[in-house]
Design a protein around this ligand. Structure first.
Ligand code: NAD
Length: 249
């Protein structure tokens, strides 16, 4: 029995890395996938690979009109939305003293405001259609473990954790669950540059108690659990997928 048969899932940032893997894993469990990204060619290629049914949408999650169009596309095509994964994210590396307002705003806009807009539009659809849906936000262990050079990214990820908990509370009366995954170091294009330097990669692996870098599939498996019936009593949770890294950062 497929875990997501007849479910319709919107995955943002689905053209690459973790989002792409989440879309593929959901599809392999029978979901119809709405793959959204600013990289249209990427989601189009993905949608052609998916046999259970998929639609590619070009959408910038930080733009309200794009989010409205993304949700409309899902409804027009499949009639409902059962699952939303807020995965789209960007990061830059900048010293706090050098961080410009524009750069701060851009990262907060995509990573946090984007998740707010998508969650609100999708949750309204779920409530209107009495869909007992599930939302998963992709945060980071740096939503609760501070470091240097990424204050804008880490603040956005911290915000996502509170967005998770508060939407979980507000949407619980409608039986909509909201949970969060906090990945550690995952091998995706976002980390390509740093993982390409052998000494850096080695020192990163050393820091992880399970002694390996995570794969996109590790995050996708957790996302599958959080949107499936098996987690039906879990809401407002933040689950680290980090090989134990956050136990002694
Ligand atoms: P990635 O760069 O491979 O993929 C991110 C995707 O988001 C890309 O396809 C990109 O085009 C898309 N995107 C960017 N801005 C967008 C926008 N405005 N609207 C729609 N789509 C947009 O990165 P990834 O590693 O797969 O990251 C996925 C998520 O996981 C991100 O939220 C990231 O912060 C989070 N995360 C990643 C790691 C890691 O180690 N890779 C760790 C913790 C958290």
């Amino acid at each position: 029995m497929m875990k997501l048969a007849d479910k319709v899932a919107i995955v943002t940032g689905a053209a690459s890395g973790i989002g792409r893997e989440i879309a593929r894993v959901f599809a392999s469990e029978g979901a119809k996938v709405v793959a959204a990204d600013i990289n249209y060619d990427g989601v189009l290629a993905l949608s052609k690979e998916i046999e259970s049914g998929a639609v590619a949408v070009k959408a910038d999650v930080s733009k309200k009109d794009d989010v409205i169009r993304m949700v409309k596309e899902a409804i027009d095509r499949y009639g409902r939305v059962d699952i939303l994964v807020n995965n789209a994210g960007i990061q830059t590396v900048r010293r706090f003293l050098d961080l410009k307002e524009d750069e701060w705003r851009k990262v907060i806009d995509v990573n946090l405001t984007g998740a707010f807009l998508c969650s609100q539009m999708v949750a309204r659809e779920m409530v209107d259609r009495a869909v007992e849906g599930s939302i998963v936000n992709i945060s980071s262990i740096h939503g609760y473990i501070p470091r240097i050079m990424k204050i804008h990214y880490d603040a956005s990820k911290s915000g996502l954790i509170m967005l998770t908990k508060e939407t979980a509370l507000e949407l619980a009366p409608y039986h909509i669950r909201v949970n969060c995954i906090a990945p550690g170091i995952i091998d995706t294009p976002m980390n390509q540059e740093v993982l390409a330097i052998p000494e850096k990669k080695k020192s990163m692996i050393e820091r992880v108690p399970l002694k390996r870098i995570g794969e996109a599939m590790d995050v996708a498996n957790a996302a599958l659990f959080l949107v499936s019936q098996e987690s039906s009593y879990i809401t407002g949770a933040v689950i680290p997928v980090d090989g134990g890294l956050s136990l002694h950062p």
